[in-house]
Design a protein. Structure first.
Length: 124
């Protein structure tokens, strides 16, 4: 079974055409550098995970605020609709009153005209 040292000897040879021996000090440096990079990647991943959690927490806070605003707007919309319905009812009552007064005035004029026509017809 091939060890990491053997793999590195083969990789260095494949890249540089330089043959290293398994006890070469350069391999020790390469292994230490690999370990350092692995640790750096692990730290970066941990840091990224922490940043992701903080970002998601901010999103959650914003979502709570948005939901509260939505609820307030829904309540406001309901109040506006109720006010509009009341105002529409008031306008309808006013219009109904005007129409009734005009109709009654027209009926009274017709009665007067009919009465006058009857008087004229009786007199003639």
């Amino acid at each position: 079974m091939q060890t990491r040292t053997d793999e590195l000897v083969n990789e260095v040879f494949a890249l540089t055409k330089t043959k290293l021996s398994p006890d070469d000090p350069l391999l020790t440096l390469i292994l230490l550098q690999e370990r350092g990079l692995e640790r750096a990647f692990e730290q970066q991943n941990t840091s990224r995970a922490d940043q992701d959690q903080a970002f998601l927490a901010q999103l959650d806070n914003r979502l709570v605020k948005i939901n509260a605003m939505y609820s307030e707007l829904s309540q406001y919309r309901e109040r506006v609709v109720a006010e509009l319905m009341v105002k529409n009812q008031q306008v309808a009552v006013q219009i109904e009153g005007r129409v009734a007064r005009r109709a009654l005035g027209g009926v009274k004029r017709l009665e007067l005209m009919a009465g006058a026509a009857l008087v004229v017809a009786v007199v003639v």
